[in-house]
Design a binder for this molecule. Structure first.
Ligand code: DGT
Ligand code: CA
Ligand code: CA
Ligand code: ZN
Length: 576
């Protein structure tokens, strides 16, 4: 058996804690799982070295019942406690956890007091005032929950990029075992690296399509078969995500991949281009036009997408840019050069145990060194962010001492690596930053981010962010609207003036590659290029594991937003 994936374990333990709270269990038990989640995250792969329950129990904060769970996970890749909770708690109630601003404790309270279980019932209970009347809730928080429910209902048919990617990769790995499989690609919005995805589209060439489709419909993740044809199947998998699999003839593969990658807008552009060249393009191939009709007996021999673009007298266009935004550039053969993982020189924006991170600065730095980076810019939270362990001025100064000492250590070890002193400063309600200027001036770089009072009205919010951008210490604006994809709309902020002002001030706007955030939104890429806006690809990592976000989600986002490497701070050997 393959070894269980330890990178998922902290999330699974956190979910166990949430479900315990939702089921009304004692907080004490839930907290134990939360602590275990942190321990497991910091152990990483070392957890595998524990060959018995007793050995797992020797870890800090791990008692015998959780040791048993961890051991089961190491052996089987499953957590019995979690599975038991998922089986016992109604699925409709578990859905409440996806409502931002509610939380498992609040959900349990409402569920028990009002004896309701579904989101529809919850919505009704808010609308007729029953939730507002509960102790600890009130009108304002009830309204916020209602807004979050409505927001989610509008977006329930989509999921985040990271979730889609994980499901797609598992599916692809399973399907790859099919004998006679010659091609298998993920197409659609996921291939274009959209921040959210509707359904997943797979395209294949296979000598034995029946076996492939049979396997697809019987994957362990599949909960429902929607369509079962010989060359086209549709299923629901995971949390209700639809997946389509098509099998085509090998001669049609390139044209089908182009078609099913989309976007629709890009397809319309390509078909128009074909007409201009007296050709016709569809999902089966590219054909000459003969008396206004496709000459199907005579397809142009294109085995790859690149050959199709060439036959249309166009440069190859990476899927990330096929969105109907760059077509006039494509026509003029000016496709922007996109970054790759090899262009990254270092990591900026990471948290440590000094604020709400799970790993020490040294552990984060060593992980970066191992991955071949030249630097890490640590940015813990600033003092107003009390909920996230924000740093007092004294702690800032103590952290600087630790960073100086670590830089000396790396020098002594002849490791070419630098830790930069940064801070993620809250932008206060009036646009001021969170420390006196003389402290701010002591950092190598400052990321200014919105974290609180996100519901300010539009003009106050605009002024707040624009004021922050004009502070001389600011290097980057962090996650500009503080949106949470499919959960929370961001601050009411007009981005165009913000982007123009940032570029004028020489301040960058980060590409925050936490999959929940994924902003600056890529739709601003063209304007950003026009005004020469700078950026950095920022993992906003709170653990060693999350450092991977730079590559996994950040590179796709930077490509999609068409930032050339010259405009990306952490693609430079020296970022500031
Ligand atoms: P999604 O699933 O909503 O995240 O977005 P897509 O882009 O994956 O859309 P989907 O799954 O409906 O279709 C996959 C691709 O197939 C789409 O990007 C372009 C192509 N396609 C589908 N329907 C049409 C259509 O009616 N016209 C054109 N031109 N292309 C289409
Ligand atoms: Ca799709
Ligand atoms: Ca589809
Ligand atoms: Zn952060």
């Amino acid at each position: 058996m393959t070894q269980p994936d330890l990178s998922r374990l902290p999330d699974l333990l956190q979910r166990t804690a949430d479900l315990l709270r939702l089921s009304g269990a004692s907080d004490f038990k839930a907290i134990a799982y939360e602590k275990a989640s942190a321990v497991v995250a910091s152990e990483g792969e070392h957890l595998r070295e524990h060959a018995s329950e007793t050995s797992l129990k020797s870890l800090p904060n791990i008692g015998s019942s959780i040791a048993k769970e961890l051991f089961a996970y190491l052996e089987t890749g499953r957590l019995p406690a979690l599975e038991e909770l998922e089986a016992r708690i109604p699925a409709a109630l578990i859905e409440w956890l996806e409502i931002s601003g509610l939380g498992p404790k609040g959900a349990a309270k409402i569920h028990q007091a009002l004896e309701i279980t579904t989101l529809t019932e919850l919505r009704a209970a808010i609308e007729d005032g029953r939730v507002a009347d509960l102790p600890g809730f009130g009108k304002k928080s009830a309204e916020k929950i209602l807004e979050a429910i409505k927001w989610r209902a509008q977006h329930a048919d989509r999921c985040r990029y990271d979730e889609a990617l994980a499901l797609a990769e598992t599916t692809r790995d399973h399907l790859k075992k099919t004998e006679g499989l010659r091609e298998l690609e993920i197409a659609g919005s996921l291939r274009r690296c959209r921040e959210t995805v509707g359904d997943l589209d797979f395209l294949s060439v296979c000598d034995n399509p029946e076996a492939l489709h049979e396997r697809f419909r019987n994957l362990p993740e599949v909960t429902e078969v929607l369509a079962a044809g010989a060359t086209k199947s549709s299923v629901r998998a995971g949390k209700g995500r639809q997946m389509d699999l098509r099998t085509v003839e090998s001669s049609a593969f390139a044209a089908a991949l182009l078609y099913f990658t989309g976007s629709k807008e890009h397809n319309v552009f390509l078909r128009g281009r074909a007409r201009e060249k007296n050709l016709t393009l569809n999902e089966y191939g590219l054909y000459p036009l003969k008396e206004g009709e496709a000459d199907r007996s005579n397809p142009l021999p294109c085995a790859t997408e690149a050959e199709l673009y060439a036959a249309l007298d166009l440069p190859y266009t990476p899927p990330e840019l096929r969105e109907g935004l760059y077509e006039s550039l494509i026509r003029n053969r000016q496709v922007p050069d996109l970054v790759t993982g090899d262009d990254l020189k270092g990591v900026l924006h990471a948290h440590s145990t000094w604020s709400d991170g799970q790993d020490t600065i040294e552990a984060m730095a060593r992980a970066c060194i191992k991955q071949g980076y030249r630097y890490l810019g640590i940015t813990d939270h600033s003092r107003s962010a009390a909920y996230a362990g924000g740093l007092s001025i004294e702690r800032v100064q103590a952290q600087w001492d630790e960073i100086d000492a670590l830089n000396q250590t790396f020098k002594d070890e002849s490791v070419e690596f630098i830790l930069y002193k940064g801070i993620e400063s809250d932008i206060l309600a009036d646009g001021k930053l969170d420390y006196p200027d003389e402290i701010l001036a002591g950092f190598d770089f400052v990321i200014a981010s919105l974290h609180s009072q996100l519901d300010q009205e539009a003009s106050a919010m605009q002024k707040r962010v624009e004021t922050a951008l004009q502070h001389p210490a600011v290097t980057l604006l962090g996650h500009p609207t503080a949106r949470l994809l499919l959960k929370r709309e961001g601050a009411k902020l007009q981005m165009e003036p913000v982007i123009r002002l940032a570029a004028e001030r020489g301040v960058g706007i980060e590409l925050n590659c936490t999959p929940q955030r994924m902003e600056l939104d890529w739709r601003w890429g063209a304007l950003a290029a026009e005004v020469g806006l700078k950026t950095a690809i920022c993992p906003d990592a709170h653990s060693v594991d999350e450092l991977q976000q730079t590559l996994r989600y950040g590179i796709p986002l930077a490509r999609k937003a068409a930032f050339s490497s010259e405009r990306i701070l952490n693609c430079q050997k020296v970022p500031f």
